[in-house]
Design a protein around this ligand. Structure first.
Ligand SMILES: Nc1ncnc2c1ncn2[C@@H]1O[C@H](COP(=O)(O)OP(=O)(O)OP(=O)(O)O)[C@@H](O)[C@H]1O
Ligand SMILES: C[C@@](O)(CCO)CC(=O)[O-]
Ligand SMILES: [Mg+2]
Length: 338
């Protein structure tokens, strides 16, 4: 049994626009998905993923007749639920040049699903790493990140950036622009996350932005403006001393850009009432800035606040289910058990 884990992430800036070639800066956080893989002697794939549940389907069965229950789960829902693990297996089989290789796979994760903290990327990165290592053929970090990207690209129907998967594979803060992916040094940042308990479907949200962008020039301009804003943010980070905590001035400037970024994401239709409520709760608590993180639609916000105020305010905000300080994960994917 080979076990690997990989971190989730928050976006300081740039989600969605990064899909269209603008830069983005995600940071890995200390919440991990852990995938255990045992190669099988046959071609079967057995997946145990206890965090994955499907709500709202019906089951029909005829009581005492012994008939098997007919579980009415819409196919797209099942495909969305298992798609990322399926594509991770496809990438591992391809890397191993073993198209029929079978695996027993167990997924455990402390990253909420579909909440903008990159659960899909973490599962795919840890899954491909564990499967290839279990067969004695580990990939280097860049190839792993590339294959994980291809898996996300497949599930999100050709609309994915390299940002989530590169960040999860490498850890730390990274900048991604098209195919260019690089780790960057940042001063330590006081990140606070608020979670509304909900989820958004990344594929659907990305498709919504794509349609808007194709229909309206001003939506395409909004995407480009996010890119301009990210370039400002990157310049601020590049000028700061990575060995010191971020200064109050730097936090104020970064926070201002995060607030602006949230407004632009809101305009692109990917925020929600509860995400907005959490962003405003953070601002009222005098966070330096706050924005939704990841695909949106529901899930998480990220705020900058060195004090306890934002975390406390979020805990009392209706619609916020959980709030916590997010430590930067210096380490990306790692082997938990060879
Ligand atoms: N613990 C898990 N077990 C199995 N599959 C998981 C697990 N966590 C995530 N996944 C897969 O990832 C999907 C959620 O990915 P999605 O991209 O929609 O959200 P996210 O990655 O959490 O957020 P974002 O992409 O906005 O950062 C789930 O539907 C499931 O397919
Ligand atoms: C919305 C998006 O930009 C980030 C999702 O965490 C999609 C992607 O980059 O693939
Ligand atoms: Mg995802």
């Amino acid at each position: 049994m080979t076990v690997c884990s990989a971190p989730g992430k928050v976006y300081l800036f740039g989600e969605h626009a990064v899909v269209y070639g603008e830069p983005a800066v995600p940071c890995a956080i200390e919440r991990r998905a852990t995938v255990a893989v045992e190669p099988r002697d046959d071609d079967r794939i057995r997946v145990e993923a206890r965090d994955l549940s499907l709500n709202g389907f019906t089951v029909e069965y005829a009581g005492s007749t012994g008939e098997r229950p007919d579980v009415d789960v819409p196919t797209p829902l099942v495909e969305a639920a298992v798609g990322y693990v399926d594509e991770a297996v496809a990438q591992a089989r391809d890397a191993l040049d073993a198209p029929e290789k079978g695996f027993d796979i167990t997924v455990e994760s402390d990253i909420p699903l579909g909440a903008g903290l990159g659960s899909s990327a973490a599962v795919v990165v840890a899954g491909i790493d564990a499967a290839t290592r279990a067969c004695g053929e580990p990939l280097d970090d860049r190839e792993l990140a590339d294959r994980a990207y291809r898996a996300e690209h497949e599930v999100q129907e050709g609309q994915a950036s390299r940002a989530d998967t590169f960040c999860s594979a490498m850890g730390g803060a990274v900048r991604v622009e098209g195919d260019d992916c690089d780790p960057i040094d940042t001063p330590s940042l006081p990140l606070v996350v608020g979670f509304d308990g909900g989820a958004g479907d990344t594929g659907e949200l990305v498709a919504g932005v794509r349609e808007l962008r194709e229909e309206y020039g001003f939506a395409a301009d909004t995407v480009r403006t996010i890119g301009d804003l990210v370039r400002e943010g990157e310049a601020l980070l590049a000028d700061a001393d990575p060995d010191e905590p971020a200064s109050a001035d730097l936090l104020a400037e970064l926070g201002g850009l995060m607030d602006f970024n949230h407004g632009l994401l809101e305009a692109l239709g990917v925020s929600s009432r509860s995400l907005d409520a959490m962003v405003w709760a953070a601002r009222t608590a005098e966070a330096h800035g706050a924005k939704l993180t990841g695909a949106g639609g529901g899930g998480c916000i990220v705020a900058l606040d060195p004090t306890e105020e934002t975390e406390t305010a979020l805990k009392f905000t209706p619609g916020c289910e959980d709030a916590f300080r997010a430590e930067l994960a210096e380490e990306g994917v790692r082997v938990e058990a060879p």
